[in-house]
Design a protein around this ligand. Sequence first.
Ligand SMILES: [Fe+2]
Ligand SMILES: [Fe+2]
Length: 473
Amino acid sequence: MAFDYQERIPNNVDLGSNPNLLRALEHWQPRFRDWWRELGPSDFFAGEVFLRTATSADAKGWASYGPVRLPEYRWGIFLAPPEEDRRIGFGDEFGAPVWQQVPGEHRASLRRLIVTQADTEPASVEQQRRLGHTCPSLYDLRNLFQVNVEEARHLWAMVYLLHAYFGRDGREEAEALLERHSGDRDSPRILSTFNEPIADWLSFFMFTYFTDRDGKYQLKCLAESAFDPLSRTTRFMLTEEGHHLFVGDSGIARIIRRTLAVMKEAGSDDPERVRGRGAIDLPTLQRYINFWFSSSLDLFGAEVSSNAASNFASGLKGRPDEARFADHRAVEGRLAIEKADGKGGIEIEEAPLRSAMNEVARRAYIKDCAQGVVRWNRLIEKAGADFPLRLPSPRFHRAIGLWAEAAADPEGKILPPEASAARQEEWLPTPEDRAFVKDLMHAVAEPGRMAGWIARPAYGVANLPLDYEYVRL
Ligand SMILES: [Fe+2]
Ligand SMILES: [Fe+2]
């Protein structure tokens, strides 16, 4: 299924045969462009960027690569091809045909789910808009812009659903998506992680590793939805998400490789000496991991949630990879969930499985996050260094759910609040850490050159050499 780029809004949903919808989206398009110009990476609009653009929804050969100016990127509306006779995969209506329209009784909940997902997409573009000025290489600059244009396309994907299936409410929500802004005091983005500034590239790689991975799991849950257009949209978004995760994973690995090389040159693992040579010491990396992992865990919501239960029951939002479970109704099961007992210990709550769906998704996410850490630790071990990185306990530094009130250390040990407050500087990035990382950030914009705090990637983009001019400024 090849996409038609001759149309004003490229799409594979036959927009041409729906003049009302086309008009509504054409009305929204200039507002989107204004937003991109004001809050996207607009300082780089004059340059040419070597970008991929989706050209079909097939698994093979879905993208084409070439130089594009950022204001001229062609955002489109692309859904994965329909599955013949697709059936609802979970919940009360398990086995019934999926919905092509929104059932009235689920309208409000479904709209809320779509708006919450949609809000994160432009938020990340806003968070990252100034990073280009301190890019560690043209290769990385290009990857940043690739992520940015695709997050903006994900906004299109969600706005299409709002316009096509939610009438006037949907149109109003689509407007509001361009009115809230990341970090805005009066009108912030919905979820707090998406209001955190991403002021340096270490945070960018952490965000694309941990926070985009939350996105992957949310999309996986929505890809199971009984509302077929949502499922098809999110399935195609997942193919783009893979690259964002690669950027984070390989970015952190390259930082570690550089740090290890500097430790070897210096003959020392003393953080001050590593910093003195212009690399990021491993303890600082660990503090950034602690921050971004715990912040991203909150995005899954409360461990026990009546919303999660009703979204599952009604078929709106499933579990990631629902097919791997045996019982798709989940009426009977229970999930053991830990919580603080208020006396410094832990007790177990046996929550009904449907109420624990956020926790099911979070646990799958944590497993996935751990895989990168294993790879990074292999690098560290191979270099003979003794500082394994780790994911902090899910009890650590939580703002949402059962652990929001309890103070736990990164090992998960519950501490009196004062004891925990006194040790925050050990565990989370300090103002000095942030200032140090910020000072390291200077644009390196000659083809093939890398900043001193990050190693070269193993490959270029799309089989091109690393010294290719990925961005022509
Ligand atoms: Fe996205
Ligand atoms: Fe993403």
